[in-house]
Design a protein around this ligand. Structure first.
Ligand code: ADP
Ligand code: MG
Length: 290
């Protein structure tokens, strides 16, 4: 049978919205050296709104949104939700898609009316050396917007800029960690400029941006190789490998199933402060036992 303190803290944790899936790893939460956070959906709300639609000469804004929304209906990324919402707001209808696939860490692809459509990251466009309006892109990036490119048959028809909001509770969580001498670190697939700006707002000094899902896990491994005990907090499919690699994997909020199945602890509320609460609870629980 489980020791009494553990049983008691299980009911406390449930009340606080902390679901402990791996008790041994939860015990390690009392002496962490670093907490790594995914950005989108974890430190930010993950509720993107479309702020700008930029088109090239031969296309209308409606086309850009219609093509994008058509394939985004098959994605569960926060960017997808934002683009679908914009289509609904503008009463733009979208089409059926064949051959949907995601391009890991870089976007998505599908076929609409026999044409290959992509919605992808700046990194993808740069790697493939597609021509785009650098000035407009830089301007949107300066405004710390997340920019995605819409391609039809491998040519760019437009850019969609989206903005997210920082969680106030993330600011508090980072401050608590800093105060306790635990390193807060950000790990994101998003653009470096957006990442730096969010980190700056929150007081996070260590930032890794434009990181692919497998590299998220590698980065966590590297941090552990310093001899540090590391927690990873994330919500997305793309965070799952890193959650599995960390000493303590924490899935946050209404994240994806994959993240929740991989995590040691699930935070029911989307509140980064609960990471701190969880560390406190681990300390209290296991101090009593020894
Ligand atoms: P994060 O770590 O911020 O959650 P992801 O690894 O999920 O980021 O995504 C990295 C980048 O890939 C996004 O910033 C975006 O440019 C692109 N991307 C991923 N999924 C989509 C999608 N469904 N639609 C458009 N772009 C996407
Ligand atoms: Mg995320």
């Amino acid at each position: 049978a489980a020791p009494l303190v553990v049983a008691v803290s299980t009911s406390i944790s449930a009340k606080k919205g902390l679901l402990i899936r791996n008790r041994a790893n939860f015990e390690g939460a009392r002496n962490l050296n670093a907490v790594v956070f995914d950005k989108t959906g974890t430190l930010t709300r993950g509720e993107f709104g479309v702020t700008d639609i930029v088109t090239n000469d031969s296309h209308q804004e409606e086309d850009v949104i219609a093509y994008a929304a058509s394939i985004e209906q098959h994605s569960e990324h926060p960017i997808a939700t934002g683009i679908i919402q914009a289509a609904k707001d503008k009463q733009i209808t979208w089409s059926k898609v064949a051959d949907f696939e995601s391009i890991t860490g870089k976007g998505i692809q599908g076929t609409v009316d026999g044409k290959v459509v992509n919605v992808v990251s700046p990194k993808y466009v740069q790697e493939k050396q597609f021509k785009y309006d650098k000035e407009v892109f830089e301007q949107l990036s300066e405004e710390v917007k997340t920019v995605v490119f819409v391609l039809v048959n491998e040519s760019i028809i437009g850019m969609i800029a989206l903005a997210d909001m920082i969680r106030e509770t993330a600011k508090e969580a980072v401050a608590s960690l800093n105060k306790q001498g635990i390193h807060p670190i950000m790990l994101t697939g998003d653009n470096q400029k957006v990442a730096n700006w969010v980190a700056d707002q929150l007081g996070i000094d260590e930032v890794y941006a434009e990181v692919m899902p497998d590299d998220k896990a590698n980065q966590v491994k590297k941090i552990r190789q310093k001899g540090w005990k590391v927690a990873m907090t994330g919500d997305g499919v793309n965070d799952a490998p890193a959650l599995a690699t960390a000493d303590l994997g924490i899935a946050i909020g209404a994240g994806t199933d994959v993240a929740m199945e991989t995590a040691d602890v699930v935070l029911v509320r989307s509140n980064p402060n609960d990471v701190v609460a969880l560390m406190d609870l681990s300390q209290k629980t296991y101090r009593k036992m020894v």
